[in-house]
Write a protein that binds this ligand. Structure first.
Ligand SMILES: [Zn+2]
Length: 370
C-alpha cells in the first residue's frame, strides 16, 4: 500500500525521468534496509530481496517517457513577436494605423502559409463599432471635451477594424477555432503599449502552429483566427462567431492570450476544465520537462484563484456553449504596462509554451474525434 502511494506520488510530480529513477532507487534501497532490520525468517527476507532486485532492474532499464520532439522554427516565432510588438505598430489599438499595419503583417503570414480563406473569400473580416461618450473619449481622446465630467459633447464615432481568418482543412467537417487577439492598448500619455506578451505572443504562435500542422493533416479543420478588439470587449471574436455559418461543427475553441511571460516558476495554465472536464485526459497527457502545465482559474467558487472564464475571447465561445481551453499566464509585473515589450518576454518559456499548445491540439484532435 505504502509503495503504491509512493509510485503514485512520483507519477503526479512532474520530475525529469532521471530524477524519478533516482528517487525510486533510493526508496527501494531504504525499503530493503528496512525489511533487513525486521526479524523475519531468512526465507521471506530472501524472497523480498529478490522481488525488489527485480523491480530495481525494471526501473533502471525501463524506458523513460521521452518528451515528444516537436520541430518548430523558433527564430521565425520570435521574429514575429518582435515585429508585432515593435514601436512602429504603435500598440495596435483598434482602428488605428498601427493596428492596420499589424493586420497587414498577419495577412502576409497567412498568405505565405497558404491558408484557405474562410470568410467572404478573404482573410480579412471587417466590422465596425460605434464608440459613444466616455468610451469614445478614452479610445480617441478629444482635446477638450466640455464639460470634462460630462461627455454629452463628445460625438459618436464609428470605427472599423477586422479579424484575420485562415484555415487548414482537416479530414472531417468538424472544426477547432484557434484564437489569439492581435489588438492592444495603443499609445497612452505618450507611451507605447507594445503588448509583446499581450498578445503578440499568441498571434505569432498562430503562424507557427499553422506551419507545424501544414504537412500533418488533422481530423478537425483548424481555423486560425487573429481577432481584433479584445481589449475593448472581445468585439472581434464576437463578430466572428455571430457570423460564422457552421457553429454546430465547432468542437472546441483554443484561445491563447499571454503565453510568453513567466516571472517565477515556469508555469502555464490551461483553463476551462472546470466547465469541460472531458478535455482533461488529453491535456494531462501532455509532457514537458521545461514547463509545468497547470489547470484551474475556472471555478467561480474557488476563492483562492481568480476565475478566468470571462477574461479573454474564449468567453464568447463559452457563452455559445462551445467548449474552450484557454492558455495563458497569470498577470505579471508588465501586464498592461508600457514595459510589456519584446525585451521582457521569456523566450525559452514562450517556445515551450507553443510546443505545449501544439501537443494539446494533437491530443484533443484525436480524443474529440472518437
Ligand atoms: Zn490579452
Amino acid at each position: 500500500m505504502l509503495l503504491k502511494i509512493y509510485f503514485k506520488a512520483l507519477n503526479v510530480l512532474k520530475f525529469s525521468c532521471l530524477f524519478k529513477k533516482t528517487i525510486v532507487i533510493n526508496g527501494l534501497l531504504l525499503y530493503l534496509y528496512f525489511i533487513d532490520s525486521l526479524r523475519q525468517p531468512q526465507q521471506i527476507q530472501n524472497m523480498k530481496t529478490k522481488l525488489f532486485s527485480f523491480i530495481l532492474f525494471l526501473v533502471l532499464f525501463g524506458s523513460c517517457k521521452e518528451p515528444k520532439v516537436i520541430e518548430i522554427n523558433t527564430e521565425k516565432l520570435l521574429e514575429s513577436v518582435k515585429i508585432l510588438s515593435a514601436d512602429d505598430m504603435q500598440g495596435r489599438f483598434f482602428s488605428t494605423p498601427g493596428n492596420l499595419k499589424a493586420r497587414q503583417y498577419i495577412v502576409d503570414q497567412f498568405t505565405e502559409l497558404g491558408l484557405q480563406k474562410v470568410v467572404n473569400n478573404d482573410y480579412v473580416q471587417e466590422f465596425s463599432h460605434t464608440f459613444k461618450g466616455k468610451s469614445r473619449h478614452e479610445a480617441f481622446p478629444m482635446v477638450k471635451p466640455k464639460p470634462l465630467d460630462d461627455y454629452s459633447n463628445v460625438p459618436d464615432t464609428t470605427a472599423t477594424g477586422g479579424n484575420i481568418i485562415g484555415m487548414l482543412k482537416g479530414q472531417t467537417n468538424k472544426s477547432f477555432v484557434i484564437t489569439a487577439h492581435f489588438d492592444h492598448l495603443g499609445v497612452r500619455d505618450g507611451k507605447i503599449y507594445n503588448g509583446a506578451d499581450d498578445n503578440a505572443s499568441g498571434t505569432a504562435a498562430l503562424f507557427t502552429i499553422a506551419q507545424y500542422f501544414k504537412d500533418k493533416p488533422t481530423k478537425h479543420n483548424l481555423i486560425f483566427a487573429a481577432v481584433d478588439a479584445e481589449e475593448i470587449g472581445s468585439l472581434g471574436a464576437d463578430y466572428f462567431l455571430k457570423n460564422y455559418r457552421d457553429k454546430e461543427n465547432i468542437d472546441l475553441n483554443i484561445n491563447m492570450d499571454m503565453i510568453a511571460h513567466s516571472d517565477y516558476d515556469p508555469e502555464l495554465f490551461g483553463s476551462g476544465l472546470y466547465h469541460y472536464p472531458d478535455l482533461r485526459d488529453p491535456l494531462e497527457d501532455i509532457y514537458s520537462e521545461k514547463i509545468t502545465l497547470l489547470f484551474g482559474h475556472d471555478d467561480p467558487e474557488n476563492k483562492e484563484q481568480s476565475d478566468w472564464t470571462f477574461s479573454s475571447d474564449h468567453r464568447v465561445f463559452h457563452r455559445a456553449q462551445i467548449p474552450f481551453i484557454y492558455f495563458g499566464v497569470p498577470d505579471h509585473k508588465d501586464y498592461h504596462r508600457s514595459t510589456d515589450t519584446y525585451g521582457t518576454i521569456n523566450q525559452d518559456f514562450y517556445i515551450e509554451a507553443v510546443k505545449i499548445v501544439i501537443q494539446a491540439i494533437e491530443n484533443l484532435d484525436e480524443s474529440l474525434s472518437n
